[in-house]
Design a protein around this ligand. Structure first.
Ligand code: MG
Length: 160
């Protein structure tokens, strides 16, 4: 039996004025940003939860509790590095990631390559191991009304 594991992750953050919009570690120019204890990088959070889920290690709230002041305004890419170290310490590495961001606005297509490259650099992967896609929610529900941005991710782990 080939040693592989799969995990999935989901996250959503509220869109509010006077917050930066950071997705996949990339700051995107927009009138609204995501509210959260950390930098609220919803895509990176979904990816971390997928990595943890693949090894049944719980979720990011367990490792980086929103009640802990040390994670206030935290750069989610730093948290991603820590989760990657956790995975590696247990003898696993990422085979590939695929993800979807659900956002009505702004248009994310021009930023996809930058997000993919940033995540790949932090995780020491090739860009083609990191799938980042974006879709609107056809104006339906909270993401469609621009009340928030959501992200879904799946991660395949292989034994190192
Ligand atoms: Mg989150």
């Amino acid at each position: 039996m080939t040693a592989i594991r799969i995990g999935n992750g989901y996250d959503i953050h509220r869109l509010v004025p006077e917050r930066p919009l950071i997705l996949g570690g990339i700051k995107i120019d927009h009138s609204l940003g995501l509210l959260g204890h950390s930098d609220a990088d919803v895509l990176t959070h979904a990816i971390m939860d997928a990595m943890l889920g693949a090894l049944s290690l719980g979720d990011i709230g367990h490792y980086f509790p929103p009640t802990d002041p040390q994670w206030a305004g935290a750069d989610s890419l730093k948290l991603l590095e820590q989760v990657d170290q956790l995975i590696q310490a247990r003898g696993w590495q990422i085979g590939n990631i695929d993800s979807v961001i659900v956002a009505e606005r702004p248009k994310l297509k021009p930023h996809i390559a930058a997000m993919r490259d940033r995540l790949a650099t932090v995780l020491k992967l090739q860009p083609d191991q990191v799938g980042v896609k974006a879709t609107t929610n056809e104006k339906l529900d909270a993401t469609g009304r621009e009340e928030g941005i959501a992200a879904y991710a799946v991660v395949l782990l292989v034994q190192s």
